[in-house]
Design a protein around this ligand. Structure first.
Ligand SMILES: Nc1ncnc2c1ncn2[C@@H]1O[C@H](COP(=O)(O)OP(=O)(O)O)[C@@H](O)[C@H]1O
Ligand SMILES: [Mg+2]
Length: 273
């Protein structure tokens, strides 16, 4: 491998030294009798951003809930640094190093911004380091410092997204799970938030699993990607390769082609079902 290829994160494969940080093998989860995700296998290497792309209802949130222990899988394994964590209680999963930024942010609206952030540090006893991390979060999101003493419910959608990310970072996670951070935000704010997401990865080395409907921004931000359709992974590759794929361009990036419109290549090849 050339030096250039080694230095280029978008060329990196999902495996890192010492095995994947997070690994899902054949995971299957239900809501009562309803099968939501099936045969989900994916890997996140240390230091990477991996994205899962999928339309509304594809199962993106279900994957994250299964990892964070909110939902117990019926089958399969979830491993953090080789250790099985499936069916563990959510607070234990946080203590082991996985923080979840949920869909729709879910900040505590009547608590101050500062108290919301402090909630994120609940598993920690190293108070001085928490204070330093708080300052670091304020460095990335200065508006949170300006509004530290306001109720979180008074923040705009974008600011609440920043707060939800900041709160998750205060647990000092090994893995950050991000559920559609672009949802409901203006294109300009989406750009701003994803720039910070990328910086947190570059500068702090935070590994992330990012699920998104917004394929444009997710493929620009992540290193490696999986495509989820109706609860199954139908395609994966480096984001650079996925961006070049005809199917991704046509169905996820909205770039029209004159010929062959309406048929997914992976369905033609019968690589699934
Ligand atoms: N609480 C629930 N009860 C029953 N079905 C659910 C529930 N949450 C999600 N589902 C179903 O599971 C599937 C996957 O949902 P979800 O993971 O939320 O998709 P996404 O996050 O990709 O939009 C969908 O068919 C959805 O209707
Ligand atoms: Mg969702």
């Amino acid at each position: 491998m050339s030096v250039e290829a080694t230095l280029d994160p978008s060329a990196a494969a999902p495996q890192g030294p010492g095995g994947p940080l997070l690994k899902l093998s054949n995971v299957e989860s239900y809501y009562g009798p309803i099968l939501a995700i099936r045969g989900i296998s994916l890997e996140l290497a240390r230091g990477q951003i991996v994205t899962v792309l999928g339309a509304n209802g594809a199962g993106k949130t279900t994957i994250l809930k299964t990892i964070s222990g909110v939902l117990d899988p019926e089958k399969g394994a979830v491993e953090l640094e080789g250790r099985p964590i499936q069916r563990m209680a959510p607070d234990r999963v946080v203590r082991l190093g996985i923080s979840h930024v949920p869909e729709g942010r879910e900040v505590f609206p009547f608590l101050s911004v500062l108290d919301n952030l402090r909630m994120g540090a609940f598993p920690r006893t190293d108070r001085d380091a928490v204070q330093r991390d708080l300052e670091k979060v304020f460095g990335y999101f200065p508006v949170l410092k300006e509004r530290a003493h306001q109720p979180a419910g008074q923040l705009s959608g974008g600011q609440q997204q920043m707060l939800a990310i900041g709160r998750a970072l205060l647990a000092r996670p090994k893995v950050l799970l991000l559920d559609e951070p672009s949802l409901g935000l203006s294109p300009l704010l989406v750009k701003e938030i994803f720039k910070i997401i990328r910086r947190l990865n570059d500068e702090e080395g935070v590994s992330m699993l990012l699920v998104e409907q917004n394929a444009h921004i997710a493929l620009e931000t992540a290193h490696y990607g999986y495509v989820l359709e109706v609860g199954r992974i139908v395609m994966d590759g480096t984001c650079r390769d996925l961006m070049k794929s005809d199917d991704i361009q046509e169905f996820y990036l909205g770039m029209k082609q004159d010929d062959d419109r309406g048929t997914r290549r992976w369905k033609k090849k019968k690589t699934w079902r």
